[in-house]
Every structure is written in C-alpha cells, then in structure tokens.
Design a protein around this ligand. Structure first.
Ligand code: SF4
Length: 411
C-alpha cells in the first residue's frame, strides 16, 4: 500500500471537529471489522460526452438540490455508521461542478457518519474549466488531498472529437490552479486510440502531461460502449476506430515514455511517481470492502456485492426513506471471489501470491487455475516465480487474453 508523503492541517481539523460532535451525539455503533473505501457518485455533467456510459446527466438547480439532499440522507442512514473508512473518492459525473457549500454538505454527511484517519486519502474528480482559486482552496479546507483531472488530451482537435467542453489550455490552467492552491497529489486522466489519432500525437499528449509533472497518470484506451453516441456511430459504420496494432503501439509508447520520466507502471492503466499510487483503487484491486453512495453506486461488503438503482426518481424516493433500491445484488462464492481477485491483482505490478489467495478463500488456487497459469506462462504472458505470478510486458499488451483464460478456467 501507499505511504502518503503529505498531510494537510486544515484537512484533519475539519474532520476532527465534525467527527467529535458526531460520536457524542449518536452514541451508537455498528462497525465494519476492517477498513473500507467510500465512493460517492455525483452524476452531473454540463454536456454528455459521446463516448461516456457513466451514469451522468445535465440537471437544473432544483434537481441538483434534490439529489444532494437524497445523497446526504443516504450517507447519514448507512447501516455501517461509525466505521472507519480508509479512503474517499468523489467521482462522477463532474463533482467539480458543485459549489463549495454543496461539497461541504456531502463532506459533512460523510464525516459525521464515518471516521477517517487524519491523513486518509480524499480524492475528488474535476474537469478542466470548472474550478476557480477559491474553490480549490475550499476543497483543501474540506479535507481533499488528491485531485483527479479529466484532461483526456492536450490536443484541441482530439478534445473536439471526444466532445469535451474544454480546451487544452483550460486543462493546463486547471492543473496550475490546484498546484498553486497547495495540492501535492494530482492525477491526470488521458485517453488514447481516439478516432484519427496517430502514435505521434499520443506521444505529444504524454510529453505535455509529463512536462507538468503530475504525481499520477491514468492512461486509458478508448473503448466504445453500446448505447453511447460513439457506439451508435460505430454501428452505422461512421466511426473509424484505431486498429489493435495501433492501440498496442500507443500502449507501448505510454509504457516507455512514462518509464523514462520516472513513473512506475504499477497497474495496467496507472502510472505514478514513487509513493503516489492511488490508495483508493487498491481497495478494489485487492477485493477489499467498499461502500458506494449515490445513484448507480456499487458496494461490496462481506462477500455480498450490489449496485444501487440507476433510475433517478427511484433513487431520490429510496434515499429519502433511508433505503435505496438495488439494481443488482449477488453473493460471491469463494471460488468466484478468488478468481476475481486473481484477475484484479494480476493487473497490478505485485501480481498474485497463490498461497495468499488459497488461504484467504480456503480454496486451492493451483487446483482451479494452475493449468491456466502454466498455459499463459508457456505463451509468454505470465512470469511465474517461486513467490509470485505477474504479467509480462506481452501479458500487459494482451491482458484481455489473460482475463479470458481465467474466466474460462473459473469453476
Ligand atoms: S465529463 Fe466525464 S462523466 Fe461527464 S459525460 Fe463526459 S466523460 Fe462522462
């Protein structure tokens, strides 16, 4: 796990003030036995991007108010109140569209319901052009110590193709605003494989990002999801997509360029300076517990996984009554949970320790997946040592094949 190198006095002050009063007032406990991650979904965007299948929409002032009321109610009524959370991630949507008072309402609901370590990682997603110097200061005061900026590209032509509402210059200015405010842990999201994009243009995006010196980079290939505008255009033959060879070239450019600049490739899509890996994501990658709040948010506790409704009205009504309807729910059998954790852990540079998985799930990992591991190792996709199983460079490039093999072997 990550050791955070920075702490923010304002951050801990806000939390201690709020948490102190909450514990006294409530005097009740129903705690989870281990730390967990909290995700809060803010489903507002100024405009829908044509590739996006996240649950997000444009809203007016009163819908925004209703949602935040419902969200605060849902958080305050969590059956796991007073439990200790390890990290917070406020994502969307565009959380940076919220005013300082609106974000404070959410932060206060969280801090009165759960406890957090004073230096717990608190991340908020922001889109370029949606923040100002006072709003950056306010986020720091409220306890956010990490920001993830949805840059996607530093090339205005790519941004137009992606339907983004901001320019490259907006992204650079937004980054600088957070730096000037004192944020010491900033992630930039970038997308490669945009229709018409060349490897040289992608390299230029990476070089611009690295020149800014963010602590973290999340680099994703464009995927075309059904039901999106890009999905419709593809189905009509109107979208010319990058082929797999070009995608592979771009991914190799990403690995090599970030490596030369001192970034560690610690997960398939994630690169960080030493000590700045995303703590929140490790809860997902290690199949640890997480609680999601907001419309369509996913949770996983004690082997049970569920997703809240993605219906706006249902969510508002349910949250107001203290019980949000579920869109899906399943209990993971130990072998299935082990398979999922194996795939998630393989994405990380630490890989799998087979004996740890066998012990955790009381199932023999080798019995279930030994043949698959041998097969993938023989084909150069996995590196098998006495202590661990990890992806090779070829395995990273062909991760969907590795995933498919593990799914095939899943009991
Ligand atoms: S800003 Fe992000 S969440 Fe909103 S529509 Fe675009 S990609 Fe989706």
């Amino acid at each position: 796990m990550v050791v955070m190198t920075s702490s923010f006095p304002l951050n801990s002050g806000f939390r201690e003030k709020i948490q102190g009063s909450s514990a006294r007032e409530r005097g009740r406990t129903n705690k989870l036995s281990s730390e967990f991650a909290i995700y809060v979904h803010i489903p507002f965007c100024m405009r829908k991007c044509p590739y996006c299948d996240f649950v997000s929409r444009t809203v007016d002032r009163s819908q925004r108010f209703q949602y935040l009321e419902a969200l605060s109610h849902e958080i305050a009524n969590s059956p796991w109140h007073d439990s200790r959370a390890g990290t917070l991630f406020v994502g969307g949507g565009t959380p940076s569209e919220l005013t300082g008072d609106e974000i404070e309402k959410v932060a206060e609901a969280l801090s009165t319901t759960f406890s957090f370590a004073p230096d717990a990682e608190w991340t908020i997603e922001c889109n370029p052009g949606t923040v100002s110097p006072p709003s950056c200061d306010r986020l720091l005061e409220l306890g956010f110590n990490r920001v993830s900026i949805g840059v996607q590209s530093f090339d205005d032509r790519q941004l137009t193709r992606l339907g983004r509402i901001h320019s490259s210059q907006d992204a650079i200015e937004t980054y600088q605003l957070f730096r000037d405010a004192g944020f010491e842990n900033i992630n930039l999201d970038l997308i490669f494989g945009v229709p018409g994009q060349t490897s040289e243009e992608w390299l230029s995006d990476l070089e611009t990002a690295i020149h800014l010196h963010p602590e973290h980079l999340s680099l994703y290939s464009l995927t075309i999801e059904p039901g999106t505008e890009f999905g419709r255009l593809r189905d009509q033959g109107l979208l010319e997509l990058a082929d797999q060879d070009l995608m592979g070239d771009m991914y190799e450019v990403a690995m090599d360029t970030t490596d030369r600049a001192g970034y560690q490739h610690y997960e398939i899509s994630n690169f960080s300076l030493p000590g700045f890996e995303c703590e929140h994501s490790f809860f997902y990658w290690s199949n640890s517990w997480y609680l999601g709040f907001g419309i369509a948010a996913a949770s996983y506790v004690g082997g049970r996984r569920w997703t809240s409704t993605d219906n706006w009205e249902e969510y508002l009504r349910g949250a107001a009554k203290g019980s949000v309807p579920k869109a899906s729910e399943e209990r993971l059998e130990p072998r299935k949970a082990m398979a999922e954790e194996a795939i998630l852990r393989l994405r990380t540079s630490s890989g799998i320790v087979a004996s740890e998985l066998s012990d955790k799930y009381a199932c023999d990992f080798d019995e279930s997946f030994g043949d698959s591991v041998d097969f993938l190792t023989q084909h150069g996709l996995l590196d098998l040592t006495d202590s661990s199983i990890r992806l090779t460079r070829k395995g990273k490039l062909l991760f969907t094949e590795v995933w498919a093999e593990f799914l095939r072997a899943e009991p």
